[in-house]
Unconditional design. Structure first.
Length: 235
């Protein structure tokens, strides 16, 4: 489990030397963990990362969520194609693929995984249900735990009541102060809630309201410190 009330950095836009004092770090699964820190491996488990469409469409076309016209369903905000986890057979097939990525995280030396887009069922044009997401993340959790990794619930405050079904260990919550959800997560996970804020006022509010949590302020594009748009603060 991540250490409690420890400094956090969120580096999904690219790896760089963590700021002084950081103890918990999240990076993409394609990047090496940082020596001496608690490292969380980011895995997009419910949608297809830009640049990886060919792998899924060419090698696993049946696992791409499609509408009645056989066109892929796309999350317009991030331009990501949704993965089809709508049947038990498809969930098993997806878990076999994503599971290898999770094993890779363990082999690379990460301590935990966060599985993004748990709420993709809400963007599926009613082709997927909440139950599909819960069953899928449970399959991911089984792999993670079998290989010595903790696993985070990523966002989706509406699912905290199903923590036991998902078998998740902690939370990575984006903008829970912005949306007034931090206390919802804490009801299920206690202090094991890692918070990323993108609005300075909400970061300040969260630091005052939840001093027992690890909270970081980042820029929305999660750029590195060499960019003029880089933002980092922590409490």
């Amino acid at each position: 489990m991540p250490p409690l009330d420890a400094s956090l950095d969120y580096q999904l836009g690219g790896a760089y030397e963590p700021p002084d004092g950081v103890s918990i770090l999240s990076r993409d699964r394609t990047v090496a963990p940082a020596v001496g820190l608690y490292n969380i491996c980011y895995v997009n488990g419910f949608q297809i990362q830009p640049g990886e469409e060919g792998f899924w469409i060419e090698q696993h076309p049946d696992l791409v969520l499609r509408n009645e016209s056989n066109e892929p369903i796309i999350d317009a905000d991030w331009n990501e194609v949704l993965i089809d986890v709508g049947t038990d057979a498809k969930r098993q097939a997806v878990a076999a693929i994503i599971g290898q990525w999770i094993v890779g995280c363990a082999n690379d030396g990460f301590d935990a995984v966060e599985i993004d887009n748990l709420d993709s069922f809400s963007r599926s044009q009613d082709l997927l249900e909440e139950d599909d997401a819960v069953a899928t993340v449970r399959a991911f959790a089984d792999v993670a735990h079998a290989h010595g990794l903790a696993i985070a619930q990523k966002n989706s405050a509406e699912l905290v009541g199903r923590k036991a079904e998902m078998d998740t260990d902690f939370v990575v919550a984006e903008e829970c102060n912005t949306w007034g959800e931090c206390d919802v997560y804490m009801e299920a996970y206690g202090q094991h809630v890692l918070v990323i804020e993108y609005v300075a006022d909400d970061f300040t509010t969260g630091c005052a309201a939840f001093p027992e949590l690890s909270i970081v302020l980042r820029d929305r594009d999660l750029v590195g410190p060499n960019s003029p748009n880089y933002v980092y603060d922590g409490c």
